[in-house]
Ligand binder design. Structure first.
Ligand SMILES: Cc1cc2nc3c(=O)[nH]c(=O)nc-3n(C[C@H](O)[C@H](O)[C@H](O)COP(=O)(O)O)c2cc1C
Length: 260
């Protein structure tokens, strides 16, 4: 176990007792604590300074990632770190090209109403939506459309990209574990004053044998997400991002209640 890992392990044990005494001191309506505040204030960053992040900070972030919980503690991940600008640009170009390939036949708005081309596009889109409903969900599809038209970026030109690869042999739902690793990574980076952006569209790289080879993605690993990391340039694109208050079913003492 590395020194950092050992320290984190000790802190984890010490932290458990500490938490109990802290919760009893918290009154309803008290200000958020430092950790809660960090979670509430983190935003996706889509503009990065050119300056590279020191390697020791990335290693520190990965160490926090490694301590993510996972089902059965199976830790179904390993990491790839790309800090090569040319390679990041090539990754960007490849994914943007994929967006153009997908967008081309599916973007029915590019054709006039009542034309055969529009009808054909709409029909292809309907079929595609049955096969890959989450890909043509308006949000990722909107991004694909913007990227295809060169109005949005895939990775947002960061100096470093962290790719947590998913071991598909993981217990239960390894995608969940991977999401937690990513959250640890993103929050550790945020705590160090760095900006991050998850890049779901990076998964296009997983379908390319050439990119799998270049990034060392071998079976049974899968590239499902990437995280761009760097120093924040200017203000985040969306300083405040709306969050819906989905209803919560609260069950207590045999009574069911809906809270918002
Ligand atoms: C799994 C996942 C994939 C995402 N993929 C992308 C992406 O490909 N491009 C992008 O710009 N943002 C991406 N995001 C960022 C979301 O758009 C962002 O988290 C959301 O709009 C909420 O904004 P916030 O992170 O600033 O709070 C992704 C987020 C997650 C969790």
């Amino acid at each position: 176990m590395s020194d950092i890992a050992k320290e984190a392990f000790d802190v984890k044990i010490a932290g458990t007792d500490q938490q109990e005494s802290k919760t009893s001191e918290i009154e309803e309506g008290d200000p958020w604590n430092t950790i809660e505040d960090a979670f509430l204030k983190r935003r996706s960053i889509r503009k990065f300074k050119k300056k590279q992040v020191p390697a020791h900070l990335i290693r520190r972030i990965l160490e926090v990632g490694r301590f993510a919980p996972s089902q059965g503690n199976c830790q179904p991940w390993k990491f790839v770190v790309v800090r090569d600008r040319e390679m990041i640009t090539e990754m960007e170009n490849f994914c943007a090209d994929m967006c153009r390939k997908i967008n081309g036949p599916l973007d029915y708005t590019a054709h006039k109403k009542g034309t055969f081309a529009r009808w054909r596009s709409e029909s292809i889109l309907k079929l595609f939506a049955k096969w890959q409903p989450s890909t043509v969900h308006p949000i990722p599809f909107g991004a694909v459309n913007l990227i295809a038209k060169n109005r949005f970026k895939v990775f947002h030109h960061p100096p470093t990209v962290i790719i947590p690869l998913m071991d598909t042999r993981g217990i239960g739902h390894p995608e969940v574990d991977l999401g937690i690793v990513g959250t640890n990574i993103v929050m550790a980076a945020h705590s160090l004053g760095l900006g991050t952006c998850w890049v779901g569209l990076a998964s296009f790289l997983n379908n390319s044998p050439e990119w799998r080879e270049r990034l060392g993605v071998e079976e049974p690993y899968s590239l499902v997400e990437a995280i761009s990391v760097g120093y924040v340039l200017g203000k985040p694109m969306q300083n405040t991002v709306s969050r819906e208050t989905h209803e919560t079913l609260w069950i207590e003492d045999g009574i069911k209640d809906l809270i918002y």
